[in-house]
Structure formats: structure tokens, C-alpha cells
Design a protein around this ligand. Structure first.
Ligand code: PEP
Ligand code: MN
Length: 227
């Protein structure tokens, strides 16, 4: 609730949080699940921010349609075609993240699965791809933003947090994303990153988030855009 209030005050437009978390290890924290969704809804009530959360299974679709404002499909499910078709049959906005080894064409074809079912409310998200580099969690592919803008009419966001996996890189990568023409950013924010249940190392504090928003407004202005 505290984080929600602070990001809202700094100018965030949405609150994104994973209640059901796709973790590489079955022994890692799997999310607060239903309780997490309830907390997100509470944060929405308190702040007025629309909420975004990740769906992992078609069996949860009715609940997500009823309760969240934007349904996220994560990198690991980018080619879960049954899930894509199912969200395609709704009219809910879908935030589709690029698979960790997906080409731009594969990414756009996954979006097409949703569009072909009649749901035109698709938002794409570049979140870094797997390369030979191990210093960062993934390699942020900013050229994908340009390619997608040329090939598609869909809005494209950048998630520098999951891309770099390193909080200290997030601010600079966010600025670069705005400069390259991204339509939005997903930034992981935590008030106590050292004790976050997951993804603490890539989370920036609300104070840093607020400072970043100021810089982003200036960069957007150079490009004749607004944050
Ligand atoms: C997330 O957004 O919390 C997440 C798990 O990201 P990705 O699907 O991009 O790995
Ligand atoms: Mn995460």
C-alpha cells in the first residue's frame, strides 16, 4: 500500500504486481496468489491506480477478467497459445511480454493470436532477451522497440528491471527506452529492496522512482512527447 501510494504520487499510471509468479525454481516464492490479488485490489481502491497482474493459467481467466484492469502474459507464457487464444476472446487489455528467446517475428505472431480472436487491446513489452552475456539478467533489446514500431501499430513498453536485473542500471535504461520511443515503462519499485520477497536486486526505491520520473519528463519533452 505504501509503495502504491508513493508511485502514484510520483506519477505512475498503473500499479503492476505479480500475485501468481512464474519462478524458475519450484522452491522459490510463488507469489501471494489470491491474497496477492486482494491486496492489489485494495491498493487500487486506495490510490485509484488501475492494476496489472500476470495470469498463468486459463483456469484463472474469469477471475482475472473480473478483477484486474490489464492482464499480463509473462515471458514464459508468450507462446502458450491456448492462453493467448483465451485472452483473445475477452476484451480485456493484455500486456504481452516478449519471450526470453523469442524473435521479434515470433513476438508479433503471439500478439496476432490475441488479435485474431478479436481482442485488439494488446500492449507489447520488451523485457530483455537471453544472450551469451551473464553480467545482466537479460540483454535489453532496445532496437526491438524500433522494429516493432515499424512493423506494428501496437504500443510497446520497456521493462528495464527484468531486463537488467540490477537496480543501479534501471534509471539509465529507462531514459534510453524513452529516448528510443517506448510508449511506457514497467519499473519495479520496492520500499525495502533488501527484504523483498522476490526481485529485490532489480527494484528501485520510491525516492529513486520519483527522481527518475522527473528526468523522464525532460527526456520525453526533447522527443515532443509527454510522460
Ligand atoms: C514479471 O513481470 O514479474 C515477470 C516474471 O517478468 P517476465 O515474464 O518478463 O520474466
Ligand atoms: Mn518480477
Amino acid at each position: 500500500m505504501e509503495i502504491a501510494r508513493e508511485v502514484k504520487a510520483a506519477g505512475a499510471g498503473f500499479l503492476r504486481g505479480g500475485a501468481f509468479k512464474p519462478r524458475s525454481s519450484p522452491y522459490s516464492f510463488q507469489g501471494l496468489k489470491e491474497e496477492g490479488l486482494e491486496l492489489l485490489k485494495l491498493a487500487r481502491t486506495v490510490t485509484g491506480l488501475p492494476i496489472v497482474s500476470e495470469i498463468m493459467s486459463v483456469s484463472m481467466l474469469d477471475r482475472f477478467v473480473a478483477e484486474v484492469d490489464v492482464i499480463q502474459i509473462g515471458a514464459r507464457n508468450m507462446q502458450n497459445f491456448d492462453l493467448l487464444k483465451a485472452v483473445g476472446q475477452t476484451r480485456k487489455p493484455v500486456l504481452l511480454k516478449r519471450g526470453m528467446s523469442a524473435t521479434i517475428e515470433e513476438f508479433l505472431m503471439s500478439a496476432e493470436y490475441i488479435l485474431a480472436e478479436g481482442n485488439e487491446n494488446v500492449i507489447l513489452c520488451e523485457r530483455g532477451i537471453r544472450t551469451f552475456e551473464t553480467y545482466t539478467r537479460n540483454t535489453l533489446d532496445l532496437s526491438a522497440v524500433l522494429a516493432i514500431k515499424r512493423l506494428s501499430h501496437l504500443p510497446v513498453l520497456v521493462d528495464p528491471s527484468h531486463a537488467a536485473g540490477l537496480a543501479w542500471m534501471v534509471e539509465s535504461l529507462s531514459k534510453a527506452a524513452v529516448a528510443v520511443g517506448a510508449d511506457g515503462l514497467i519499473i519495479e519499485v520496492h520500499n525495502d529492496p533488501a527484504n523483498a520477497r522476490c526481485d529485490g536486486p532489480q527494484s528501485i526505491t520510491p525516492e529513486r522512482f520519483e527522481a527518475l520520473m522527473h528526468s523522464l519528463r525532460a527526456i520525453a519533452q526533447c522527443e515532443n512527447r509527454v510522460v
